[in-house]
Design a binder for this molecule. Structure first.
Ligand SMILES: [Zn+2]
Length: 291
């Protein structure tokens, strides 16, 4: 049903990329099926000390790449670390960077329980928080859905959006079954759209040149997906994985488990809207029907 073909599987990006005079990327060295070429760890600012956004997963090969990126952009160290959210491919690299560069402030929106195992001293930030460094001003936007703690940031000097996992360079965002919320995610997309970003710097995949157009595409994509799922159910009751096999027929099977989570989220959203119901088992294992 969908022709927007595969995603970031197998995509490669350079280890270091200069996206603008104030934005340099060091690739996290953590490629996989979900994150594609790995996390974009982003050095922000123009001064000696920069802000490091999302230092990746803690991959063994990451620090040399980070140092290469620092050299490329003339950065000598870090003012602080800022996190978009507590998924391991964003927060998991913090300890490694602190061990190498000394105790830095680490700022994020708290996610009680999930932050704790990382044993970090976190400075809480939230909607409207400003993080300023030489040449870059970040304004935090609380954008839940992919994760409840998720912050995006407007880079005010460029009217650019640092989108974290809410918008990706290629493919679409996973909405995890347990902790994700598709209705909130779709509201977050509308929110980001209203910021009218000129371009988008995502946490995975290449820079997005047309920010607002990409958000239009993302919003339309979710609406289309919902219609496709409803169409499958019109042909008969089905479980999320059966729906995936129809709707994601053109995607590599390695991505089907992630797609299954997204489909389940759509079904839960339809359920909340009174448009679908399931047989009472775990939603992902249930048979679903239209109301
Ligand atoms: Zn994430």
């Amino acid at each position: 049903m969908s022709n927007d073909a595969p995603v970031m599987l197998g995509m490669t990006l350079p280890d270091v990329a200069v996206w603008s005079e104030r934005v340099t990327v060091a690739l996290g060295q953590n490629p996989n099926a979900f994150s594609g070429p790995g996390t974009n760890t982003i050095l922000l600012g123009t001064g000696r000390l920069r802000v490091l956004l999302d230092p990746g997963q803690g991959a063994e090969d990451y620090l040399p790449v980070l140092e290469q990126a620092m050299e490329r952009c003339g950065c000598e160290g870090f003012q602080e670390i800022v996190l978009t959210h507590a998924h391991p491919d964003h927060i998991g690299g913090v300890r490694q960077v602190l061990d190498r560069f000394g105790d830095l402030k680490v700022s994020k929106r708290p996610w009680p329980g999930v932050d704790d195992p990382y044993d970090l001293e976190l400075t809480p930030i939230d909607e409207g928080s400003i993080i300023a460094t030489e040449g870059a001003t970040l304004r935090a936007l609380h954008t839940p859905g992919h994760a409840p703690d998720h912050l995006c940031f407007m880079l005010e000097e460029e009217r650019a959006l640092l989108s974290g996992d809410n918008v990706l360079g290629v493919g679409t965002t996973v909405i995890p079954t347990e902790t994700g919320d598709l209705a909130k995610y779709m509201a977050s997309l509308e929110r980001l759209h209203s910021e009218n970003p000129a371009c988008i710097y995502p946490a995975h995949g290449p820079k997005i040149e047309e920010g607002k157009a990409k958000l239009d595409e993302y919003i339309a994509h979710r609406h289309q997906r919902e219609q496709e799922i409803v169409a499958v159910l019109r042909n008969g009751d089905a479980g999320p994985m059966e729906i995936v096999k129809v709707v994601y027929a053109n995607y590599p099977e390695a991505l089907h488990p992630a797609a299954c989570q997204s489909v389940t989220q759509h079904l839960l959203k339809l359920e909340r809207e009174g448009r679908a119901r399931h047989d009472g088992k775990d939603p992902i294992l249930s048979v679903w029907s239209l109301c």
